[in-house]
Design a protein around this ligand. Sequence first.
Ligand code: URA
Length: 246
Amino acid sequence: MAKKQRLDKAIAMQGSLSRSEVKTLIRKGAVTVNGQVVKNADFGVDFDSDTVAVQGKELSLSMHIYLMLNKPKGVVSASEDKKLPTVVDLVPKELWRKGLFPAGRLDKDTTGFVLITDDGEFAHDILSPKKHISKTYHALVNGTITDEMVEGFAKGVTIGEDFTLPASLKKISSEEQGDWGEVILKEGMYHQIKRMFGAYGLKVLELKRVQMGKLPLDPNLEEGKCRELTAEELRLVSTRDESTEE
Ligand code: URA
């Protein structure tokens, strides 16, 4: 995608000002490009090489935004909902942009890593089963994780009309209610993990997404909070984890 954009749009894309507010500031001479006042809203700026400042404050220009959210229970993975709070509602004002959406859905009662972005192409890439980007979950089930289940997940499980891709299952601990397992998927079918365990007669009591690609959920990010990914973290999200390849 071209990295050049109209000045007014480039500033509005960063989120905190509307296009008309930006236009007024440009007209008033409050916007500089590479240190020179520019009063022309359709002046072309290069996101990689130009420095834009508004009222003396330098902006870090980016075409898109990528956020890591630690999703709490009770929040739906959508951009808007008539009744319930959405993951996008949890984005604070300073990070908010038009067109934000979650790249992949977690159920209302699932917690953990949700990537929120305004970059449709990137979202498509990391979600496509063809790209083999793994998503790692921790699940508490109401019983025992057996070798038969580990082998079954590795072959792929029939769930209703569907057959899943091979998935990794590993038991990580046990507690009174049942076992905790780590599940690694390369796709995201509706209620997939619940249905996979369901095929073995088990119910999922807790489910948390703990990693996307090679990027773990930040352990310091509290539930309900989100923050921007660094360039290196973004690279890790879209990196295949070869250790999970069959
Ligand atoms: N599998 C599920 O069953 N639910 C989720 O939210 C994610 C994976």
